[in-house]
Ligand binder design. Structure first.
Ligand code: PRX
Length: 656
């Protein structure tokens, strides 16, 4: 590779003059606004709410408590509609501007959709949902590829006050079934098939299988499955339940008035993994989420209407919700939706798309950057990329080598990089540079966004001052914060507000340097971050032990060149079962079927037993060290019920 070695990496990258001259927010603005936002949140957010159009203007601004029962309400007496904010309010003067650019998996397929066209598509979709019996407050599960209809489906739900639950297209039918059951969703929207890297993904077939599992495992059922025709592939059709979208759309009206929603009415549920149990339904509501995503999108990407903005995430994740759909469209952005993968037809696809659609702002994940970096600079350099002016990173800590390459090769040392730290639970970005205000330090998410009060605590919850390292908490609420775990408020309190009283615990470790810059060090709980996707180790373990031949399993993360972290599974088989390579393959297949390909173990080590304390608790610290090949620093093993097991595990690890 011809890019400079990481040793040439500078410590600080000042705001480029060109960015400073034409920015929404300079360093001075940042200081003033930030002070205002934390000293007078009521006043600050009273002003900011006006970036959104309200049917009834809220008089009440902030009513939040992290104590006791934990109650988070923003703008609670206001009414609005998210789809109105993303579409209708732009129509008068800007209806002919481009809202969405679609780039297909096949490079010859693309499409531009204006705000007026978007209005038509979403209204029709909303009327189809109504005609199928969907009502305000109903949960609608969306299992779709990265196509425009997916955006229409989400906005159509928002338009009629239905609550969408998007399930990432890479999840298995078992995972869909669990999510359908958890939120008692009786409607599913899907396509015949998805298309990724030239391969077809059987989405409708997965939904059929999920509904069969829903019946057999949970005793549940679904009223309607709305199927959007995409590839034209053959699918099984159940005439009582399945409806072709294109047929239903012919019979409905082209206009659908937006339903007035209270600010605290649910907008969507999105499932995410935690350190215990099954995925949690993270619930976001309407008013605060819209204010926060539109504000963060505008300031962090320094967005000006007319610019082409591309976030490469999938709408199955929070990044897609907040920064492909709701934030950008509320800001009248042109947002690019890409169906395919970075490596198809070849590894220069991203840069070809940047040139083809003259992308100005590009937002992706470190795992993609590392994968493309590996392919060499030539594939990048054969594109111009002269339209780019800002780069973004999200999902996991970005290592200096990847930062350097992103900056020098992709951005031609010209474009600032915003390293945005946030979570499904936070709704929008909390810690990030602002391109015109913040000098960059590679690998640091830098400073808090407006209204955000991060703090570091030790394991006893004592606040730590100055340059130090600790667990990252938030001391106060912000409008985009999740409101509850769907159907389980107690779990919400337990998960986020019980570790440190009166504070929101992020689950991340973090260092703060002498300039008050924040450096996320990774999860401190039993969650691993695989290619920027969050996986609960408990979830993978329960999938493994559900296999007939497995008696016990423990899963940990270990450093992985491309994925950031890989999945390392220790598996104990039932007595008499021969641990073979065949079984290893079978278990990988099993986990893929139980959760999805993203949960495939990278390594499976058969273990005659697991290191446990005398009270039976698995010592994960030791398993992590062995997986990391760090046998010298195992710490105290004398408290183990059977210390000899450690030697066996090390020996087996070394023999691999
Ligand atoms: O560990 C942090 C990591 O991703 C986790 C949140 O995952 P998820 O809810 O799936 O949302 C991902 C996209 C917002 C965090 O707890 N993370 C996210 N962004 C960064 C990050 N770690 C370091 N730097 C980031 N920029």
């Amino acid at each position: 590779m011809s890019s400079p070695a990481p040793s040439t990496l500078k410590e600080i990258y000042p705001v480029p003059a060109a960015t400073r001259e034409n920015t929404l927010c300079t360093d001075k603005d940042y200081e003033t606004l930030y002070q205002w936002s934390v000293e007078d949140p009521e006043g600050f957010w009273r002003r900011q709410k006006d970036r959104i159009s309200w049917f009834e203007d809220p008089g009440l601004i902030k009513n939040t408590s992290f104590e006791g029962d934990v109650s988070i309400k923003w703008f609670e007496d206001g009414t609005l509609n998210a789809s109105y904010n993303c579409i209708d309010r732009h129509l008068d003067k800007h209806g002919d501007e481009i809202a969405l650019i679609f780039e297909g998996d096949d490079p010859s397929v693309d499409q531009n959709v204006t705000y007026r066209e978007l209005h038509g598509h979403v209204c029709r979709f909303a009327n189809v949902l109504k005609a199928q019996g969907v009502k305000k407050g109903d949960r609608v599960t969306i299992y779709m590829p990265m196509i425009l209809d997916t955006v229409y489906a989400m906005l159509a739900c928002a338009r009629i006050g239905a609550v969408h639950s998007v399930v990432f297209g890479g999840f298995s039918s078992e995972a869909i079934a669990g999510r359908l059951d958890d939120c008692q969703s009786r409607f599913v929207i899907t396509t015949d098939e998805g298309l990724r890297g030239g391969r077809k993904i059987p989405l409708k077939a997965n939904v059929d299988d999920a509904i069969a599992r829903l019946a057999s495992e949970f005793g549940g059922s679904v009223d309607k499955v709305l199927v959007v025709r995409h590839t034209g592939g053959d699918v099984a059709f159940n005439a009582d339940r399945d409806v072709w979208y294109h047929e239903a759309a012919e019979t409905v009206d082209a206009d659908c008035p937006p339903e007035p929603m209270n600010a605290e009415d649910p907008l969507f549920i999105l499932y995410t993994s935690g350190s215990t149990g099954q995925p949690k339904g993270v619930l976001h509501t309407t008013g605060g989420y819209m204010v926060y995503t539109s504000m963060t999108h505008e300031y962090i990407f320094d967005y000006k209407p007319g610019e082409v903005y591309w976030c490469t995430a999938d709408v199955g994740w929070i990044t897609g919700h907040s920064y492909i759909v709701y934030g950008p469209l509320a800001n009248r952005a042109t947002s690019l939706v890409f169906e395919g993968v970075p490596s198809y037809p070849d590894a220069s696809r991203f840069w070809q798309i940047v040139d083809k659609h003259q992308v100005n702002i590009f937002y992706t994940a470190p795992t993609a950057i590392r994968a493309l970096m590996r392919e060499g600079d030539d594939l990048v350099k054969k594109s111009s990329r002269s339209s780019l002016r800002l780069l973004g990173s999200v999902g996991e800590p970005i290592n200096p080598e990847a930062w350097n390459w992103y900056h020098n090769v992709v951005g031609d040392a010209r474009c600032p990089i915003v390293d945005t730290w946030w979570q499904t639970e936070t709704g929008g970005v909390l810690i990030t540079p602002l391109p015109g205000a913040t000098d960059l330090k590679p690998g640091s998410a830098t400073r808090p966004f407006f209204g955000i009060r991060p703090a570091l605590v030790d394991t006893d919850g004592n606040l730590l001052d100055g340059a130090t390292e600790g667990n990252l908490v938030m001391l106060d609420s912000w409008p985009g914060q999740m409101r509850t775990v769907y159907g389980d408020h107690e779990r919400f309190i337990q998960t986020y507000f019980s570790t440190y009283k009166g504070m929101y615990f992020t689950g991340d470790g973090c260092r703060r340097d002498e300039d008050d810059y924040y450096w996320i060090t990774g999860r401190v709980d039993d969650v691993i971050n695989v290619s920027g996707h969050r996986m609960g180790t408990a979830e993978i373990e329960s999938a493994l032990v559900a296999h007939d031949l497995v008696s016990e399993a423990a899963v940990v993360g270990y450093p992985h060149d491309l994925k950031g972290q890989g999945i390392y599974a220790y598996v104990t088989c039932n007595a008499g079962v021969e641990p073979t390579d065949e079984l290893r393959k079978e278990l990988v297949k099993w986990v893929r079927a139980e959760i999805g390909p993203i949960a495939s173990p990278d390594m499976i080590q058969f273990a005659p037993g697991l290191p446990k304390t005398r009270s039976g608790k698995i010592m994960r610290r030791i398993l992590r060290k062995i997986a990391e090949n760090e046998f010298g620093s195992l710490g105290d093993t004398s408290t183990l019920a059977d210390p000899s097991i450690v030697d066996i595990l090390i020996e087996n690890r070394q023999n691999k």
